[in-house]
Design a protein around this ligand. Structure first.
Ligand code: PLP
Length: 392
């Protein structure tokens, strides 16, 4: 039974124990609590000398199944499912940080993660710095005696900039630091940060893990030891994932591999198209040879992912006209959906950053981010092309 199976098989066949009804597909365990056979069993389960579910804030067959799958796919030992990606990131930080500690984070991170560091954790005596330029020497020089953790996304949101996972994990090891990687853009199908030595992987499961724009959820994964405090905090604070959402996500994982294959092939074709259009200033996509970290991308990622950033000639006004001219692609702030989505980071996802912070993060006023969906590539290119032409 311990035979290691392929990614696709694990994503489908890891399953909660069947009930006496012998259902093929797993049911939703919509129950707040679980019944004990007798007082002694209740005592032993509470004492953790006997395994068993107590209360759905702690554990539930649906969240357990989802976590088991995520662990198998990411190569982690343990994890906690949360009600949002932000809750997973927060649990990661608070489980390892104390007042006086310092967070060293990549400058290119999700806007709300940045706000968590600057607006929330700062109130509890946790300082931070952002690595303005993604160069190895600058990363190393930015480590302070109080630095406790390195936080990074790769590829980053929205600039699809990469961090060398092997290198950053070695650097952290040398300085005795934790590494938290937000693996939201790549998913375990494209890269597994824990294989390189990352201590925690976090996800906004809202994105590719669900992949269909239906829910908000998160997950944090790591070694048994690292997850101990995460579990304690989660049980006490209660950012728990509902059984229904866990069931939904576990179902979604069954198709993660084939969805990612199509997201990536559509995105590569669209990126190539954009690069060939003379109305486009620049295009960033990890598997385009023009990406400054193309070689790293080929080494570290199985495919290039589903997100492209680019800029049209004509700056912010042109960007707005282009968005308004799109007929198929949706204007919404999610990503990783079956439906293609356009976002203007400077006025939406990253609008709470100061102008200087945006400039430092490489978010130009004209930058557009497209989350390439699973529609037919010809329809996508046709829509983008007509909007480029109409917005001239
Ligand atoms: C969306 C997102 C998050 C936040 O996740 P929620 O599920 O919205 O809480 C964190 N990191 C990245 C990279 C994201 O794209």
């Amino acid at each position: 039974m311990d035979k290691k199976r392929y990614f696709e098989t694990e994503a489908i066949r890891i399953q909660a124990e069947r009930s006496s009804h012998r259902e093929h597909s797993v049911p939703v365990f919509e129950t707040s609590s679980f019944i004990f056979r007798n007082a002694e069993e209740a005592r032993d389960i509470f004492a953790e000398t006997l395994e068993g579910n107590i209360y759905s804030r702690f554990s539930n067959p649906n969240t357990d199944e989802f976590i088991k799958k995520m662990c198998a796919l990411e190569g982690a030992e343990d994890g906690i499912a949360t009600s949002s990606g932000m809750a997973a990131i927060f649990l990661g930080f608070i489980s390892i940080l104390r007042p006086g500690d310092h967070i060293l984070a990549s400058n290119q991170i999700f806007g709300t993660t940045r706000l968590m560091i600057t607006q929330v954790l700062s109130r509890w005596g946790i300082s931070h710095s952002f690595v303005i330029k993604n160069e190895k020497k600058i990363w190393e020089d930015s480590i302070l005696p109080t630095t406790k953790v390195i936080f990074a996304e790769t590829p980053s949101n929205p600039g699809v900039e990469l961090i060398d996972l092997k290198w950053i994990c070695k650097l952290a090891e040398k300085h005795g630091l934790y590494v938290i990687i937000d693996n939201c853009f790549a998913t375990p199908y494209l890269q597994r940060p824990i294989d390189y030595g990352a201590d925690f992987v976090v996800h906004s499961a809202t994105k590719y893990i669900d992949g269909q724009g239906r829910t908000i959820a998160g997950v944090i994964l790591g070694s048994k030891d690292n997850i101990k405090d995460v579990r304690m905090f989660s049980r006490i604070i209660g950012p728990t994932l509902s059984p229904h959402t866990a069931w939904l996500l576990s179902k979604s994982l069954e198709t993660l591999a084939i969805r990612m294959e199509r997201h990536c092939s559509n995105a590569l074709q669209l990126a190539k198209y954009l690069e060939s259009n003379n109305q486009v200033n620049w295009v960033r996509y990890p598997f385009l040879s023009s990406h400054p970290q193309y070689n790293l991308a080929r080494k570290q990622m199985k495919l290039g992912g589903g997100i492209i950033s680019f800029e049209l000639k004509g700056g912010i006004k042109r960007a707005m006209r282009f968005i308004n001219a799109l007929e198929l692609v949706s204007i919404t702030s999610n990503l990783g959906d079956t439906r293609s989505i356009i976002t203007h980071p400077a006025t939406t996802t990253h609008s709470k950053l100061t102008i200087a912070e945006r400039a430092e993060s490489g978010i130009t006023d004209g930058m557009l981010r497209i989350s390439v969906g699973l529609e037919h590539i010809n329809d996508l290119i046709e829509d983008i092309e007509q909007a480029i032409n109409k917005s001239k």
